[in-house]
Design a protein around this ligand. Structure first.
Ligand code: MG
Ligand code: ZN
Length: 299
């Protein structure tokens, strides 16, 4: 999905709400190790012979602050090695989901009426390929990542999503916090959409920046045992995270936790019509009394 088609799709989807404020919910997802169970870039890089992966020319670039420069060189070497576009697309499609994420995404989109976006340091070709293969592309309002394309000779070309030096928590080619903030502001200004709750779902160190910008009514959803969770817990006092912290091990578990939240019981304030899934309602009813912890800190 190109950014142009994404924004035009969003425009069509929201035309009916113009002039009247809509209150909605947003879930923003990282991609690698959050939706898919591996790192798309390293899966493709590993199609290279190991002596090239370990070469100093490549490892020196890895030290660099800009990940897309490293991957550009990987893609150049793959082209030299005559690794084809179809081979690259094949390995991407075959990466398994993190258990439960296909279901989580479909449920949030179809049953709970969430807006969904992806903010990832992978690239548009990989994300598009995987989502299309899993019938998920239509679930997303926007995909914010490094733009990529295959050249006429079959070399994958990738460019930085943006260039930034303001945020020290983020790489120069992608500040996920800035992307998330811009998306929320743009939805308000262009389509009169306000998000009562924003969920940010991730696993890595580059997912710290966006959750530190979240509000007290939002949810930082960190994968258990991964860098994001470890960093947030270790530096809990210093970071002053305002958002509620949800720790998850699978998409199934995260969906269960979300369904238990009192904040997701019923439609967003001021929304005209929103169908809450019957199963989800039942789940809330069954477990409401057991809810404790993050939800209780809600303001
Ligand atoms: Mg990740
Ligand atoms: Zn940042």
């Amino acid at each position: 999905m190109s950014s142009a088609s994404t924004s035009s799709a969003a425009a069509v989807a929201h035309t009916c709400g113009l002039g009247k404020q809509q209150r909605r919910r947003l879930a923003a997802f990282d991609f690698d190790h959050t939706i898919v169970s591996q790192n798309t870039d390293t899966v493709v890089r590993d199609l290279l012979p190991s002596h090239l992966i370990g070469s100093s020319a490549l490892t020196d670039l890895m030290e660099n602050d800009c990940w897309t420069q490293y991957m550009s060189e990987v893609f150049r070497l793959l082209h030299v090695q005559q690794v084809t576009e179809s081979r690259i697309r094949d390995v991407i499609r075959c990466i398994p989901e993190v258990p439960g994420f296909v279901r989580l995404i479909k449920h949030l989109h179809k049953k709970l009426n969430f807006d969904l976006i992806i903010i990832s340091d992978s690239n548009s070709i990989f994300i598009d390929e995987w989502l299309r293969a899993h019938n998920l592309l239509d679930c997303f309002t926007g995909i914010f990542t490094n733009p990529a394309e295959f050249s006429p000779t079959g070399q994958l070309l990738v460019r930085p999503h943006h260039q930034q030096t303001d945020c020290k928590l983020s790489a120069s080619n992608l500040c996920k916090g800035r992307v998330l903030e811009h998306f929320v502001i743009e939805q308000d200004l262009r389509y009169n959409i306000r998000y009562d709750h924003v969920f940010y779902v991730g696993d890595g160190n580059n997912d710290i920046c966006p959750v530190l910008r979240q509000r007290a009514c939002d949810f930082a959803c960190a994968r258990q045992g991964f860098a994001m969770e470890k960093h947030l817990i270790k530096n809990h006092n210093k970071l002053r995270l305002r958002a509620n912290l949800l720790i998850w091990r699978s998409g199934f578990e995260l969906l269960d936790q979300m369904c238990m939240l009192p904040q997701l019981q019923g439609p967003p304030i001021g929304s005209q019509s929103m169908c809450l899934d019957v199963n989800c309602k039942a789940e809330i009813g069954r477990r409401a009394s057991a809810v404790a912890g993050p939800a209780d800190r809600q303001q």
